[in-house]
Design a protein around this ligand. Structure first.
Ligand code: KG4
Ligand code: ZN
Length: 359
């Protein structure tokens, strides 16, 4: 396995990410340096209030080669300057993943470069290493996006322990659904955050779910339903006035759930550092509360910059660089796996995959 001291200069890797609705290509040097980071967010889904899988696949097909070309031009690298190609192989939408994996396989075949498939969640973990040269394991990470809400303890690079995750909706999904209900365009998380920021301290409160299962789990579907019920009770004429207040009360409950999970995980692990990744890591209240929490506990905290919080290929390239440096190579038969999990080195029983693969 590669060590922390490596990864500064080599390998040079082309990263490809097409797991959801961002078409992304990047060139990284090791897992600490970004040479180019091209992200095209597919705007077409806004009209549908959510990502339409078939449309996402078609858009990836249209956008991926220009994105790769642009990344290589910006990084000023030719194929011969690269040491490998890394691509997200899961989790994500199967059709979308297949576009990236097929392109990566074809490029590896045509260029003779080593190919490595990357777990998207592992990519988010590496997003913390790309900007802060001092950041290192052990650390706790909250990955909160439109598709995932998970807590992992990173004992060392490549050594992960899943502590828990959402049992229903992802945090970002709850932000999106509540936002669309409030009349904001999809994806609505950032807009909900902005209007909540402007609101007076709300009188309204929503319950913070506690999950009756072992581990550090989250639930957002009850909160989403509570917000919907409250919203329906407000007469239409009064909704404009109350919208920001409802958004603020929702945000407060959602962030309290995330912070509660982080606190419990810190109690259990004694982690000296905590980081967040994924689109929801951009949330301003979450950032403030996490900063306060870290200060209270005298631990370090990391927030990737917004372009690295949301899906991108630099993080995929970085995780791929780590695996390539450790000698891993995948075959040209590399396959996409829409329900890929991040394997724990010290798994709890309920996190183990059932025989025959993930459910
Ligand atoms: O990581 P990401 O780009 O893609 C997924 O893997 O889903 O995250 C996008 C998600 C969306 O649900 C979006 O609404 C949410 O992150 N998001 C936010 C904020 N900015 C983006 N949620 C809450 N507050 C924000 N400021
Ligand atoms: Zn993601």
């Amino acid at each position: 396995m590669a060590t922390l001291a490596q990864g500064i200069d080599r390998p040079r890797v082309l990263g490809i990410e097409t797991s959801c609705d961002e078409t992304a290509a990047a060139v990284v040097r090791g897992w600490r340096n970004i040479l180019a980071n091209v992200v095209v967010t597919q705007e077409v889904h806004a009209d549908w209030g959510g990502v339409v899988p078939e449309v996402a696949s078609r858009e990836h097909l249209r956008l991926i080669l220009p994105a790769i070309r642009q990344a290589m031009e910006t990084a000023e690298v030719k194929w011969g300057d690269l040491d490998g190609i890394a691509v997200t192989r899961g989790p994500g939408l199967i059709g979308a993943l297949l576009v990236g994996v097929s392109i990566a396989r074809a490029l590896a075949l045509g260029t003779d470069l080593p190919l490595v498939g990357v777990n998207h969640l592992e990519g988010h973990i590496f997003s913390l290493l790309l900007e802060d040269p001092e950041w290192r394991p052990p650390f706790l990470i909250l990955i909160a996006s439109g598709g995932h809400t998970e807590l992992h303890m990173i004992e060392d690079l490549g050594e992960y322990r899943r502590l828990g995750g959402t049992v229903d909706d992802a945090a970002g999904e709850a932000f999106d659904k509540v936002g669309v209900m409030l009349g904001l365009p999809y994806p609505a998380g950032a807009a909900v955050d902005s209007i909540a920021e402007e609101a007076e301290v709300p009188g309204l409160t929503f319950p913070v779910a506690s999950v009756d299962r072992p581990g550090h789990n989250f639930s957002f579907s009850g909160l989403k339903t509570a917000v919907m019920q409250q919203w329906r009770q407000i007469p239409e004429a009064g909704r404009v006035e109350r919208r920001d207040e409802v958004a603020a009360a929702f945000r407060r409950a959602a962030v309290a759930a995330l912070i509660g999970g982080v606190e419990a995980a810190l109690d259990e692990t004694g982690a000296p550092r905590v980081g967040v990744a994924g689109g929801v890591a951009n949330n301003r209240l979450l950032r403030r509360e996490l900063t306060d929490l870290a200060e209270r506990r005298s631990i370090e905290v990391a927030f990737p910059s917004p372009r690295l919080c949301t899906d991108n290929a630099a993080m995929i390239g970085a995780a791929g660089a780590f695996h390539l440096a450790g000698g891993r190579r995948d075959g040209l038969d590399l396959d996409a796996d829409p329900s890929l999990r991040l394997p724990s080195t010290a798994a709890r029983p309920e996190d183990e995959e059932p025989p025959g693969g993930p459910a």
